[in-house]
Write a new protein. Structure first.
Length: 153
């Protein structure tokens, strides 16, 4: 049952990933709704269990995830978009709510999955899609979050 707490981030993450693959855009309104739903899920779970550590971790993960991604975006302008930064806030909220170990593992998984994704995308670049040269990174961010939480159980 505790995995139901992560459902908002998973559902919004899948929707945003599909949209990013099709259009190379991440709707920030969807991210905002996802973050609010995720925080609401952690708040309800915390109130029910009487343990507020997960909610504090979710808030910390949300800020840290967006902050790290924003720092990376500012270091090399144009490499990472603002949509990826906001998506890291959503996924960081879920992963941070699990544990700080999951948060670190998420970033490691993002590097590993991202390398494979970029190679696969370049191999399939001949497909006719909008913005086919840009690699949509939202699926990597979401898949790495799912992998980190699933791996740590």
């Amino acid at each position: 049952m505790p995995y139901l707490c992560y459902l908002p981030s998973l559902l919004f993450g899948i929707a945003v990933s599909a949209h990013d693959v099709r259009t190379r855009r991440i709707p920030r309104a969807w991210i905002m709704c996802g973050v609010l739903c995720q925080l609401a899920a952690f708040t309800v779970a915390a109130a029910y269990a009487g343990r507020w550590e997960a909610l504090a971790g979710a808030l910390t993960g949300m800020v840290a995830g967006a902050g790290i991604q924003l720092a990376l975006a500012l270091m090399r302008p144009g490499a990472v978009g603002l949509g990826d930064v906001t998506l890291c806030a959503l996924v960081g909220c879920a992963v941070g709510g699990h544990s700080s170990t999951a948060f670190v593992l998420w970033w490691m998984c993002m590097a590993a999955i991202g390398a494979g994704w970029i190679l696969a995308w370049q191999a399939l670049r001949h497909m006719q899609m909008t913005g086919a040269g840009k690699v949509p990174f939202a699926p990597v961010i979401v898949a790495a979050g799912v992998a980190a939480i699933a791996f740590l159980g």
